[in-house]
Design a protein around this ligand. Structure first.
Ligand SMILES: [Fe+2]
Length: 299
């Protein structure tokens, strides 16, 4: 093979003013990060010590950052304002112990006052995602890391006095705009609390069972159509407290990342231990490994 042909195959080349061919290769730096979902931080069940143990384990790993998958606290949905605020403050303070950057995803349990039991006033600025925003900023956003584009979504919508998996029109337009700015070859990773795709309904209730509207993003097909033209490598999902891996159309991987709290700090959940995902990026390849940080339930 000629040297020129090799240069062409290695990347995109262009001609400088001096007419020498220069090769601009697309190389990706290897890195790792953690996906820590469903932390469910609360005052009981040893949850604070459990989360601290997870953080200590994370800090010993060679990773660039931590991405959470939602349900940071348990629970703001039905808590009185002072308790919900206290839980958010607890999470903010406890998570300062991470020795790497932390990116958060919002979960259903992080939405203040949706359940009647909370007694919340819907006009309170903290209502719904207001408290989350006050502590952690936007509920959907994107960032870039070593040539990869990360998109964090808010997958939860208020549905009466409950919630459901849904991406609203405003966020959909933002997502379209965010994707438009990307080169189609840029590798993309998405974080969502409620899954795009899951077999959860079948797993729990049998082969002919459908998912419920709280267990999956009800309009995920619309979003998947937007994503298909792009180089989406991985969709990290939370909410279900299981480990589930779906590789669709030889293209997108959907990974439900277990739960830091397993069965909400009451022990293993359907045989799955308290843990989190270590995601390794090697070139454009993605692999994962579930880290059991050795917590044993105290109740
Ligand atoms: Fe959860």
């Amino acid at each position: 093979m000629t040297k020129l042909k090799l240069l062409f195959l290695a990347g995109i080349f262009f001609i400088h003013g001096d007419r020498h061919l220069v090769c601009q290769t697309t190389t990706f730096e290897n890195f790792s990060f953690l996906f820590m979902t469903d932390i469910h931080l609360e005052y009981g069940k040893g949850a604070i010590d459990g989360f601290k143990k997870a953080i200590d384990t994370a800090n010993k790993l060679d990773v660039d950052f931590v991405l959470t998958g939602g349900d940071l606290v348990a629970d703001a949905l039905e808590a009185k304002h002072s308790r919900a605020d206290s839980l958010f403050s607890l999470y903010a303070q406890t998570s300062e112990a991470f020795n790497m950057p932390l990116y958060n995803t919002v979960g259903n349990h992080d939405l203040y006052g949706l359940y009647e039991k909370s007694g919340a006033d819907s006009l309170n600025p903290d209502y719904n995602d207001g408290m989350y925003k006050r502590y952690f900023g936007k509920t959907y956003y994107s960032f870039d890391h070593k040539g990869w584009h990360f998109i964090v979504l808010n997958s939860i919508a208020k549905a009466g006095n409950k919630y459901k998996g849904f991406i609203d029109d405003v966020q959909m337009r933002w997502l379209a705009g965010d994707l438009e700015k990307l080169d189609k070859s840029t590798p993309v990773i998405i974080s969502t609390h409620i899954p795009f795709i899951t077999t959860y309904g079948q797993l729990l209730n049998g082969a002919l069972s459908a998912n419920d509207e709280w267990s999956v993003i009800t309009n995920s097909q619309q979003i998947l159509k937007m994503l298909y033209p792009y180089n989406v490598k991985l969709v990290l999902q939370g909410h279900l407290h299981i480990i589930e891996y779906i590789y669709l159309q030889n293209k997108i991987r959907f990974l439900v990342g277990g739960a830091v709290s397993a069965h909400c700090w009451k022990g293993s959940n359907m045989g799955m231990e308290e843990g989190f995902m270590k995601i390794d990026i090697r070139g454009e390849d993605v692999s994962w490994n579930y880290i059991d940080f050795g917590w044993e339930a105290i109740e």
